[in-house]
Ligand binder design. Structure first.
Ligand SMILES: C[S@@+](CC[C@H](N)C(=O)[O-])C[C@H]1O[C@@H](n2cnc3c(N)ncnc32)[C@H](O)[C@@H]1O
Length: 466
């Protein structure tokens, strides 16, 4: 079962695309072997471990983790790519700083008080809480103080005068962090915080959130993006709570966590915020939710394709979840939750149109083939409700699309009415402009076709199968 799916999914990837497969402890060994074979061991990227918590009723070991196998279509294509993620908890601090700046302008004293209050309000264990020492704000962002000595000792020693007492400040035991000229610049640009008097060395501002373009010195920007490790922890309960909040009841077993997926998707699409993300086992639609969330946060234009086999799940859970989170909904407590924006098109798979040898199946109806032809020719779906009882399917971007098939003009003989002749042309609905006509054959000469602005596409060969 796994092999043909992996083979097909690999085909869909762009040259720099990647596939992530979420898989449990029982199946990971086999999946890894299959992926090594199909993708090539040189394209293995990582085997992530997702720890979800312990089950105390286990008889032997509690298996609380699962895996995400990551393969590249071609690792060579990723040679120049650097994946980095914002540190956990920084986004919330940045949002609070921006909010306080909008409310209080350049009054950094009040903004700093607001930040202190923000940390106090955070629940225990919140990832932003570990940065609560960084409650100072200025025009560059949010900072904490750090020492200003040379790492490892042996730094330069010179006089740095205190701005109030005018005396040389105490030099740190390891010497100053910067040479004299750089130190002067740092003082001028307000990176240095002097103590009450010269008896203690001054401190250095260390930012955990810095507005873009404020500085490109990573050492002073502690909150800069980080590389992700291959093991992470996230309990499974929050993802169940999210679904309950959206639907008011449990509608799907074991949904994935949309915040975890968003973090992974952001990580691998940081340099392409218009990437397309395909989830071929969509279930509760977590991937779509994650993509909409990310786009709302960072203004990206990522798109998603979700595939779900069970019609009831697809309609009532997958699509319904995406609709609610995109448009907004009333949660289980009756609160109004703002929509994230975005949307989607819902498509249903029909009967296969072609047999194994590429021939149109005899049972295919005119309207089904018409929808396929119109879509593959124009890239647009035939609008719902468009009458497809006519050989003229419609106009798209100034081109008229026609299909002669299945005796649409009334002639049911083997090729009757499906071949473009003078008589058939005379009976076609008129369109004044370029025409594309799908037909089984054409008896009109080149000059006539040119004069009528007709392009012929011969069925079935020129009907695109995909
Ligand atoms: C384990 S669930 C996926 C859970 C999902 N990641 C979420 O967060 O809700 C697998 C889903 O894939 C669907 N499925 C299984 N085989 C499929 C196939 N061949 N094509 C499309 N969907 C399939 C199942 O109906 C089920 O809803």
């Amino acid at each position: 079962m796994m092999y043909p799916r992996l083979a097909l999914l690999r085909q869909f990837l762009l040259p720099n695309g990647i596939l992530m497969v979420s898989i449990d402890d029982n199946e990971v060994a086999l999946a890894k072997l299959l992926m090594d074979e199909w993708f090539g061991t040189q394209n293995f990227v990582a085997q992530l471990v997702w720890e979800k918590g312990r089950k105390n009723d286990a008889k032997l070991f509690s298996i609380g983790h699962e895996y995400i196998l990551v393969y590249a279509r071609s690792r060579a294509e990723l040679a120049k790519t650097l994946w980095r993620a914002p540190k956990d908890g920084i986004a919330e601090i940045a949002a609070e700083y921006r909010k306080l700046r909008a409310e209080h302008g350049e009054n950094y004293k009040v903004i700093s008080q607001g930040l202190a209050e923000f940390y106090r309000r955070l629940p225990k264990g919140h990832p932003s809480k570990k940065y609560s020492r960084a409650k100072n704000a200025d025009r560059r962002g949010v900072w904490r103080d750090n020492n200003i000595s040379w790492h490892g000792g042996g730094g330069p020693r010179y006089d740095l005068l205190h701005p109030v007492t005018g005396m040389a400040c105490k030099v740190p035991d390891d010497g100053w962090r910067f040479v004299e000229n750089s130190m002067k610049e740092k003082v001028r640009d307000e990176w240095v915080v002097f103590r009450r008097d010269h008896t203690e060395p001054p401190l250095l501002k260390s930012y955990i959130y810095m507005l873009e373009d404020s500085c490109d010195d990573n050492e002073l920007n502690e909150g800069k993006k980080e590389v992700l490790g291959s093991v992470f922890y996230r309990h499974s309960q929050p993802s169940n709570d999210v679904m309950k909040d959206i639907f008011g009841e449990k509608v799907f077993p074991n949904p994935k966590d949309h915040e975890v997926l968003a973090r992974l998707i952001r990580y691998v699409t940081d340099d392409d915020k218009n990437a397309v993300i395909l989830d071929s086992f969509a279930g509760s639609g977590t991937t779509g939710h994650a993509v909409l969330n990310l786009n709302a946060q960072d203004g990206g234009g990522r798109r998603f394709i979700l595939v779900e086999m069970e019609p009831k799940i697809a309609h009532e859970v997958t699509a319904e979840r995406i609709r609610r989170v995109a448009d907004g909904y009333k949660n289980a407590k009756g609160e109004k939750i703002e929509g994230l924006g975005g949307g989607f098109r819902y498509c249903e798979l029909g009967e296969p149109l072609f047999d194994e040898s590429g021939k149109i199946r005899e049972t295919v109806s005119f309207s089904d083939l018409a929808r396929h032809v119109y879509f593959t020719e124009t890239g647009e779906p035939l609008p719902r409700g468009r009458v497809t009882k006519s050989p003229f399917l419609g106009e798209c971007r100034g081109v008229g699309i026609y299909l002669l098939y299945n005796g649409i003009l009334g002639d049911k003989s083997a090729q009757g009415g499906n071949i473009l002749t003078r008589a058939v042309l005379a009976r076609l609905p008129k369109f004044d402009g370029q025409k594309v006509i799908y037909c089984a054959g054409c008896l009109l000469g080149k000059d006539r076709l040119q004069a009528e602005r007709i392009v012929i596409r011969q069925t079935p060969y020129e009907i695109k199968v995909s």
